[in-house]
Design a protein around this ligand. Structure first.
Ligand SMILES: CC(C)(COP(=O)(O)OP(=O)(O)OC[C@H]1O[C@@H](n2cnc3c(N)ncnc32)[C@H](O)[C@@H]1OP(=O)(O)O)[C@@H](O)C(=O)NCCC(=O)NCCS
Length: 162
């Protein structure tokens, strides 16, 4: 029997409020959440899930329209995914397993033709983790995040991990 390190469940209201307090510290403030994010996180269209490690809220995962960034190209049929690890867990070598849990869940739950995500093009740490989970770099585009335009990279995964 395989025991998963991370489990996904539909996000609770209490978890959504806690996520709005997440701050990533110097150099990573672009990824901070705030009270203004609550409606988007809680919207049914975001299909938000809490990623738990045991009883601890370890991250947020969103699927579908809620994971899209304005400016991106969304013509190809695919399931869009977005995920954020809780700040206190970041940087401890858990990224690959964390994203792997989100990706595995997405394949099993939604059975999409492919998975797609977008990431700020300078976030080499996240890109490394996505590549390790089978995503390949696609087109670059100028996307809107936190009210600013910045370079983004689209990445696609076409096959579930063996
Ligand atoms: C993306 C995320 C899941 C990665 O998890 P993590 O715990 O920070 O990453 P890890 O400690 O597992 O490190 C992942 C890899 O990046 C490398 N890395 C760490 N910091 C890095 C940096 N500043 N630049 C480049 N690579 C870096 C690590 O060496 C490791 O490489 P390896 O797998 O070859 O050993 C996590 O940082 C996160 O969700 N952060 C929230 C903000 C964010 O970046 N969101 C992504 C939005 S698209």
């Amino acid at each position: 029997m395989v025991i998963e390190l991370f489990q996904l469940n539909p996000l609770t209201a209490a978890e959504a409020e806690r996520i709005c307090l997440w701050r990533y510290g110097p150099g990573w403030t672009l990824y901070d959440f705030g009270p203004g994010d609550l409606p988007a996180i809680a919207a049914p269209a975001a299909m938000s899930h809490g990623v738990r490690r045991g009883e601890v809220l370890a991250g947020l995962a969103s699927f579908g329209a809620g994971a899209r960034v304005p400016g991106g190209s969304y013509r190809q049929p695919a399931l869009d995914i977005g995920c954020s690890m809780a700040p206190e867990l970041v940087g401890h070598g858990l990224g690959r397993a964390f994203v792997g849990a989100v990706v595995g869940f997405a394949w099993r739950r939604f059975q999409p033709p492919r998975l797609r995500l977008v990431v700020p093009a300078d976030n080499r740490r996240a890109i490394r983790v996505y590549q390790a989970n089978g995503f390949v770099a696609g087109e670059r585009f100028a996307g809107m995040l936190r009210g600013g335009i910045r370079p983004f990279l689209q990445m696609v995964c076409v096959t579930p991990a063996a």
